[in-house]
Ligand binder design. Structure first.
Ligand SMILES: *Cc1c(COP(=O)(O)O)cnc(C)c1O
Length: 433
């Protein structure tokens, strides 16, 4: 499979180049040349397949031409080594729990898959690959854990100082070996800008082999389509109503993966892109004008993105036709107050505990289902374990939720991150040192 740039459909590259470069030189985004339709036989069997079996089928459709089948199976099985159970919150509303991986956030899917795919693609190459990752919280930990101790790869993680939770910082900023962390005096958008500028810096790229692990990398967002299949298969065992997916969105990689799943043939009725106060996308759907804004800090901090980097892919999929996008996707923004309220309401009325991101997703689903006459069922993506946002959640429900062992393991370790300004010259000097 070849990959094109959203800025130039004639600029075709191999899987290896798309994955190692991350971003095309023209500042577009890589897209697969085709989105393959999966076979009717696969869909007929969906209910009897495991998450790994579905993942292998999807991965094979995109990456099968370029990898040895034994390697591909290993990548899938080693990366997707945890479950994504569907839980009923109430009536026709379900939660797909995407937090059962190492760092307890959905980014484990993409990060674990990408690190293993990359290690297979570079095995015969000797120059060290330097991966740059800007994170608003969960990407950094998932990537750091996913790449920890992988040979031939060095990872530098940038995160906004004071804008990630304590647990997130403990997961990102305490690693050693091939992982370095920079604590940036700025916002997530500043971090993202530093990374983007480095990729476009020709002189730097002659000296260092840079690669990206943000959701702009095709190897990260495509694996996020796996669990759409698994969610739908599980839900169809309980309901025969058309299914709406509500995705708490920041950089829109997760949602883009869902659009891919639908193009592959998965019968998804509608998407909800639920956002916090960072409302660039719902505004775009309302007035047809795309206007990036500086990011605003919220309690669902992994979605504090003012200029979502995957929108270029969504525009490309729909040929920049906002009316066509609106037919598939509805988008709503919710305040922190509303988010807190719904965490408490759902906890009190059903016992189910949402994290702030899942709560925004829930609100989005509720709003969409309430606006439709048709009898629909909905799946909210629970993108992180509530204990990752313990401060907020405890306060809202007036409790003291337990921190799972997997997260406790990170606490109390010494910070190894280096403080840096948001000036590009400083970052550049660091990369060359
Ligand atoms: C990254 C993240 C999101 C947003 O996902 P995107 O693919 O960037 O839209 C939502 N929730 C959590 C917990 C995250 O870590």
């Amino acid at each position: 499979m070849k990959f094109y740039s959203t800025k130039n459909k004639n600029h075709l590259v191999s899987l290896k180049e798309a994955v190692l470069k991350g971003l095309p030189p023209d500042n577009g985004l890589y897209m697969p040349q085709q989105i393959p339709c999966l076979s009717q036989k696969f869909f007929d069997q969906l209910g009897s397949l495991s998450l790994q079996e579905m993942a292998l089928e999807v991965a094979n459709a995109f990456f099968g031409d370029d990898l040895d089948p034994v390697d591909l199976r290993w990548i899938v099985e080693d990366a997707i080594n945890f479950d994504a159970p569907l839980k009923q919150i109430h009536d026709n509303v379900f939660s797909l729990e995407l937090f059962h991986g190492t760092t307890m956030a959905f980014k484990d899917f993409g990060a674990r898959f990408m690190s293993r795919l990359m290690s297979k693609l570079i095995s015969k190459q000797d120059k060290t690959v330097h991966i740059l990752v800007a994170t608003s919280g969960d990407t950094g930990s998932a990537v750091a854990q996913g790449f920890y101790d992988v040979e031939g790869i060095h990872v530098t993680i940038l995160y906004p100082s004071g804008k990630v939770s304590t647990i997130q910082e403990q997961q990102i900023a305490t690693l050693d070996k091939n992982i370095s962390t920079l604590e940036v005096d700025g916002t997530f958008d500043d971090c993202q800008q530093l990374v983007k500028t480095a990729f476009l810096d020709r002189d730097l790229n002659k000296k260092v082999l840079l690669s990206s692990a943000n959701s702009i990398n095709v190897a990260r967002f495509i694996p996020q389509s796996f669990y759409y299949f698994y969610a739908l298969a599980q839900a169809q065992k309980i309901t025969d109503k058309p299914l709406v997916f509500s995705v708490p969105s920041g950089n829109f990689g997760n949602l883009t993966a869902g659009l891919f799943a639908k193009k592959m043939g998965l019968p998804i009725d509608h998407f909800v892109a639920a956002v916090n106060a960072n409302d660039t996308f719902p505004k775009y759907l309302t007035n047809g004008k795309f206007k990036p804004e500086p990011s605003v800090k919220t309690i669902s901090n992994a979605m504090d993105v003012g200029n979502p980097s995957n929108l270029g892919r969504i525009f490309d999929l729909f040929d920049y036709d906002v009316e066509a996008i609106k037919k598939e996707i509805s988008s709503y923004s919710f305040s922190d107050d509303k988010t807190r309220e719904i965490i408490k309401d759902i906890h009190d009325s059903t016992g189910y505990l949402l994290d702030p991101h899942g709560a925004v997703g829930y609100l989005g689903l509720q709003k969409y289902l309430g606006s439709q006459r048709e009898n629909l069922a909905g799946i909210v993506f629970e993108t992180a374990h509530p204990a990752k946002f313990k401060d907020v959640v405890d306060q809202v429900i007036g409790g003291n939720i337990a921190i799972p062992k997997r997260l406790q393991a990170f606490m109390g370790r010494e910070k190894t991150s280096k403080r840096i300004s948001r000036k590009y010259e400083d970052f550049r000097a660091y990369l060359l040192s």
